[in-house]
Design a protein around this ligand. Structure first.
Ligand SMILES: [Zn+2]
Length: 299
């Protein structure tokens, strides 16, 4: 049968079945098809080879097969799903959106109970189910201790939280922990911010969703900086930390004087800078300076 299929060109794919299949090799094909729901160029060479590893055929063969099935066509705007292919591609897109919503809800529920390691497991399982092992919207591959660093957010007692009610602190920590866990930051709709939180975090110089965003960002950045500093201070391989961060119209003069400067680990200024006056808060972070090879003393 396989021989005959090959002889007559290619297999007839069952798009509806592939779109709901639990088998990665099967649904990855429709995931690729769904990428072209809006006209797109083909992926670059590096991404094509990553796709080829999870598809039953190479990327190029899969695209050719889609065209033969009448699911995909080249248009002046790029490759695009046809009317025939659209139902499968849309079914898959809806499935992917549902799986994302489920994973996010699981993570939120786990974090509400401070179960950060369970939350990270949910993130990893979710990412492992995506064809390339990572969703387009999630952050970089988390470190082994990532959930432990997220967990520190819940125990922060820091001037970043000064003057806030316990309810707002709790809400802000959960918001920051969720973003830290996924490794990515997003703004909420203003309507999703509780009135009490909005009243306490409001600023005259920016919309409430932005004010909330930067307060959450500061907590997430704080635990990352603390982790970097603690990791290098006990080690032998890193002697200096560089202070890095965005240099834009929101960077204050105080922070700007430190950008790109290197310090011995024991003498590095504390972050966030107390003197920072940026409405976004101090966005400086520590970056370990890797010593040149000849500087490492040989035993
Ligand atoms: Zn700063």
């Amino acid at each position: 049968m396989q021989f005959l299929k090959n002889l007559f060109g290619s297999a007839k794919l069952d798009g509806a079945a592939l779109a709901v299949s639990p088998d990665l090799k099967e649904y990855a094909q429709i995931a690729l098809l769904a990428h072209f729901l809006t006209p797109q160029p083909l992926h670059d060479a590096a991404l094509q080879s990553r796709w080829s590893r999870v598809l039953p055929r190479s990327y190029a063969e899969t695209i050719a097969l889609f065209e033969k099935q009448g699911w995909l066509e080249a248009t002046p705007a790029g490759y695009q799903v046809t009317a025939v292919g659209r139902p499968f591609a849309e079914a898959y897109a809806q499935r992917a959106a549902r799986e994302e919503a489920d994973a996010r809800q699981h993570v939120r529920d786990a974090l509400a109970q401070m179960m950060t390691s369970e939350a990270l497991t949910t993130r990893r399982q979710y990412e492992n189910r995506t064809p390339l092992g990572k969703a387009a919207w999630t952050g970089p591959e988390p470190q082994m201790n990532h959930s432990a660093v997220t967990r520190r957010i819940f125990f922060l007692d820091n001037r970043l939280l000064d003057g806030l009610s316990p309810e707002t602190v709790q809400w802000l920590k959960l918001y920051a922990a969720e973003q830290h866990l996924w490794g990515v930051h997003w703004t909420l709709d203003a309507g999703a911010i509780p009135a009490q939180v909005a009243a306490e975090l409001a600023r005259p110089d920016m919309p409430i969703e932005e004010a909330v965003y930067w307060r959450g960002y500061a907590l997430s950045l704080y635990v990352d900086n603390q982790e970097t500093w603690q990791r290098v201070k006990g080690g032998d391989h890193v002697r200096r930390l560089e202070i890095v961060g965005p240099d834009d119209e929101h960077t204050c003069e105080h922070c700007r004087t430190f950008l790109g400067k290197q310090f011995l680990v024991a003498r590095v200024p504390e972050l966030p800078h107390k003197e920072c006056t940026s409405p976004r808060g101090c966005r400086c972070r520590y970056e370990p300076v890797l010593e040149a090879f000849e500087e490492i003393p040989l035993i």
